[in-house]
Every structure is written in structure tokens, then in C-alpha cells.
Design a protein around this ligand. Structure first.
Ligand SMILES: [Zn+2]
Length: 155
């Protein structure tokens, strides 16, 4: 009982400090929780606003091989291109680099006891996924994204 309470406190503390670091930044696109809920599906809201992770393989863009641009579901900012997409085998759409570097921001995520680099939209703060250092050449990066955070526009 005591141990579980301790864990709850730790989790609450971690979530709190994360929220503060991200909320400290003023994003260009700001919406209320009610506005986000109105414009997004329940899954899109969970992933982008609550830093959720969608299920692997069954998501919309994991197996998408069409040429096009992936924009932010929250504000339409151009984030990734099919030119930089690769088969990671993880079950989520993966890119070795963003289309425009400044459109994608990275912050430290200590959730679940793992130190990971959280990726979010530079204009509206929507959570997109995480970036890892086990990607292919030329960058060696693997931007592991949630389809729910993206909108595909075919070229
Ligand atoms: Zn955005």
C-alpha cells in the first residue's frame, strides 16, 4: 500500500514537471482543452494532448508508401515528407529526419522511467512521438511518430 502510494506521488511529480516544461513555452497556436476536443477524435486528442501512444501496425500511416507531406493534425504545419520515411519494423510511421527542422521540437521525457526525447509540433505543441538514435543513414535518427498526430497530403 505504501509502495503504491509512493509510486503515485512519483508519477504525479514526473507528469507535473513535464507539463510545466512544455507549458512554459508559448506556442503560436493556442487552443482551450474544449476546442482541442471538438476538433480532434478521442484518439487524436489522447495522443497529441495527453502524450499518448497509438497501437502499432494498425494505425493509418505505418504502411503508407504514397508520395506526400505529413502535416500536423493540430495546426496543419508541414512536419515530415515521404522522401524521408523508412521501414523501421516498429509498427509506427518512421522518418530519418523532419521536413523542416524548426517545425519539430524535442524535449526530454522521463515517463515510465525511461529517458526519451519527446517530439512535438513547434507551432501548436501537439505530441507527435519520440526520436531515437538507431535510425538509418544519413542522419542515424529514427523519428517514431503516431499516425494520429499526422495528416497525409498526397503530392
Ligand atoms: Zn501543430
Amino acid at each position: 500500500m505504501k509502495t503504491s502510494l509512493f509510486l503515485v506521488v512519483i508519477v504525479a511529480f514526473v507528469s507535473c514537471t513535464q507539463a510545466q516544461s512544455k507549458n512554459a513555452k508559448k506556442f503560436e497556436v493556442i487552443r482551450t482543452e474544449a476546442e482541442w476536443k471538438k476538433m480532434l477524435t478521442a484518439e487524436q486528442y489522447h495522443v497529441t494532448r495527453e502524450q499518448g501512444t497509438e497501437r502499432p501496425f494498425t494505425n493509418a500511416y505505418n504502411s503508407n508508401h504514397e508520395k506526400g507531406i505529413y502535416t500536423c493534425i493540430g495546426c496543419d504545419l508541414q512536419l515530415f515528407s515521404s522522401d524521408h520515411k523508412f521501414e523501421s519494423g516498429t509498427g509506427w510511421p518512421s522518418f530519418y529526419k523532419p521536413l523542416i527542422k524548426k517545425n519539430v521540437e524535442i524535449s526530454k521525457d522521463g515517463a515510465f522511467g525511461m529517458e526519451r526525447d519527446e517530439v512535438h509540433c513547434g507551432r501548436c505543441g501537439s505530441h507527435l512521438g519520440h526520436v531515437f538514435n538507431d535510425g538509418p543513414k544519413p542522419t542515424g535518427h529514427r523519428y517514431c511518430m503516431n499516425s494520429a498526430s499526422l495528416k497525409f497530403q498526397k503530392i
